[in-house]
Design a protein around this ligand. Structure first.
Ligand code: HEC
Length: 219
């Protein structure tokens, strides 16, 4: 009888020890035994698995109206002739022209623009020479030599006639960087980029700078 009791006691002690060890786990990061695991882990539903909480049972919901994907805040200037003019006077490139920015701009240009605009921006890319597409005007032509950077940004964002929008390929920073590079092709002799006079009163430039900060951040 005594022997039986000893056996039972040893068993209880062993089970207790096993439970103690299991709850501590081997690694310090281990959460150990989870008491009521539903409290730790919310049940995951399959995107197309059906959800009885909604009348149409669809689990994958369309985003709420007005939702904006991360990193893609809307460009506040409308896609119109007025918007194009407005961009020309209001938007300023947040990047200074230096070796690093020009190198990044050139890499972007080579990937996304060169095949139409050509190496030197003369409008003689492969789509023109081999594909027979109408050539874009040269960046240093009379028409584009004085084109303000804000208008370039607008065109890259929305596209213009035969040039499509590049807003899904290039984020705002990349658009401004490639513009710095395009400006070197616009003025290959390295003269100061011509600045279009801002129409209207003396206050216009200050207002323009403030707006450009805002719009530059929000695109
Ligand atoms: C599919 C060919 C094509 C590609 C790719 C392309 N462009 Fe263009 N681009 C054009 C054409 C065509 C025009 C002339 C549009 C017009 O004024 O009718 C143009 C015009 C422009 C202008 C003048 C805009 C203005 O407001 O008059 C700039 C600046 C420009 N492109 C820059 C770029 C940059 C930077 C890229 C690369 C990110 C690029 N383009 C990619 C075809 C292209």
């Amino acid at each position: 009888m005594r022997k039986m009791n000893l056996h039972a006691l040893t068993n209880v002690a062993l089970i207790a020890m096993a439970m103690f060890l299991a709850s501590c786990g081997n690694t310090p990061q281990s959460p150990g035994v989870e008491y009521m695991p539903d409290m730790y882990r919310t049940p995951a539903l399959e995107p197309y698995g059906g959800n009885s909480n909604y009348a149409d049972s669809m689990e994958a919901r369309t985003p709420a109206e007005g939702s904006i994907p991360r990193g893609y805040l809307p460009y506040g200037i409308p896609n119109s002739n007025e918007g194009y003019e407005m961009a020309g006077t209001l938007l300023k490139n947040p990047y200074l022209s230096n070796e690093e920015i020009l190198a990044e701009g050139k890499a972007i240009y080579t990937k996304y623009c060169l095949h139409c605009h050509g190496k030197e921006g003369a409008g003689d890319g492969l789509t023109v020479t081999a594909g027979g597409h109408p050539p874009p005007p040269a960046y240093n032509s009379a028409a584009l030599k004085a084109l303000p950077e804000g208008k370039m940004f607008h065109t890259i964002t929305y596209g213009k006639n035969l040039m499509g929008s590049h807003s899904s390929q290039l984020n705002v920073e990349e658009r401004w960087k490639v513009i710095r590079y395009v400006q070197t092709l616009q003025n290959p002799e390295g003269e100061e980029a011509p600045v279009e006079a801002v129409e209207g009163s003396e206050e216009a430039p200050a207002e323009a700078a403030a707006m450009s900060d805002e719009t530059a951040m929000n695109n």
